[in-house]
Structures are given as structure tokens and as C-alpha cells.
Design a protein around this ligand. Sequence first.
Ligand SMILES: [Zn+2]
Length: 285
Amino acid sequence: MDLLQWNIGDVKVIRVEEHVLPVPSEELIPGMNRLIDTHSQWLKPWAVSEANEILLSIHSFLVISEGTKIVVDTCIGVSSQMPVPPAEDFPERLSEALGTPLENIDVVLCTHFHMDHVGWNMREVNGDNVPTFPNARYLFSKAEIEQSGPDSENYDPTVMEPSVQPIIDLGLADFVESDHEITSEVRLVPTPGHTPGHVSVLISSEGEEALITGDMTHSPIQFAEPSLCSSFDWDTDMSTATRETVIERFVDTETLFLGTHFAPPTSGLLRSSESGVYFSVTGNE
Ligand SMILES: [Zn+2]
């Protein structure tokens, strides 16, 4: 499989795909269907199919900065309640893309605790549930862990029990602030709303910049229509406000957006025109 990769200054980013699924747009983003025609010129065919389905990609981003190897989000894996099974060979594909065994991954960052972002934190080997990245520190935002525990209304045992709690129990987790610096080139940015402690990842190097969205957006149409919310958004007012803030900060800049759920080509710039903001696909190397 061809890998998409980007160089952001000295930082390398590689996309490793688990699945791309066609999902009925109304199911994932209620209210979207009637707005597709307005934006179809830049949405189709890569982000939305001719049948108006969202082409939802499930992938990890490997980020290599200052010698530190980081996995951003671990896809479906063992905690799958998704309509598709995990891709059994996904760990091997990650390792192949990186050109080194998974034992050499330094950091795993989960943007939030949903099943398609933490699934491969653990995997089954000879009947045992073991960490997929045994020598990595797993970074979880404090705000996310504080509001996803067993006493919280957000607690989802189908996600936390197989994929998050074992990491904590094994002493592999670090609870970090939502603006934590992983390296001098890679840091977290709080983007709450989809979940309470949701984070995105900002990469800055040699005057170049990129933002890994996480689930702040599920489709690039949400940059044109920020009040369109995912049916999985925890607080829709907050997720809308987060999108509005991000759009205002980055529209018409050279910051490359790397969409966590965007199908290939996955990356683009926020641009404005007389008819509003749109997502301009660009940037693969
Ligand atoms: Zn997701």
C-alpha cells in the first residue's frame, strides 16, 4: 500500500491506514446531507462519495521529531465495536512504515478515548493481552482521564477496560496537560467538545506548521460549516466553538491540516473565498 507522507520542516509524518469506510453522512453528521451540494466542488470525490457518503478513514499518524518516534492514535484494534473488524496486520504495517520494530516507538498519543483511537494500545499475543508498544510512554490528557473514569457519566467500559486501563495498570501512562510539549517541535493543543479532554497536535519546524485534527472534525465540510456536529460529539456547543476558534486562527495561513478521519489525500489548507471557507487539498510529498 502506498503511504502518504509529509515533511513539516525537519518533522516527518507518515499516514498508516487501517480502513476507509463509506458512512451515510446523516448518520455521522446530522444535517450534513442538505449542505453537500453547496460544497461538492471541493468535497467530491475524495471526502464524500457520489452517493453522499462520508469516506471515513481510520489511520494512525507516525510523527518523527528530533529522533522521537510518536504514534498519534492507535485505530480500532482489540476494542472494536465498529462495523468493521480490526485489520489484523495493522501493527506490522506500522512497523514496516517506520522501518523499525514497534519496541522502538517512544511515545503513543491518544487524542481522546474513543474506540477508533485507542484500540491498538493493546493487542493479543498467544492469548495474552499485551501492550502493542511495550517501551513507549502512552500520553493521555489529564482532562480526558478525569472525565472518563468509572465515576463519570462519560465512562465507556467497552473502550476503557480493554484499551486504556491496562496501560495505566502497567505503569505505561503519563497524564499530561492539554498543551503538553512532546518535543520542541510537537505539542498538544486543547480542542475540547468532541470529548471533554480532546486534544489536537501542532507541529512547528523550520517555519513550517501542521495540525493533526483528531476528531475536532470528521469531514472537511465542518470547516465550511462549523456548526455541523458529529453525532458522537459530547458537547456540540463546545465542539462548534472549538472549530470556529481553529478556523479563525488558521484560515488563509500556510498551516497544513492533517485530517484524522479524512480519506486520501488527507491533507489541505483552510482557504477563504467570497462564498466562505473551504478545504484546499494539497501538501503530499
Ligand atoms: Zn474517531
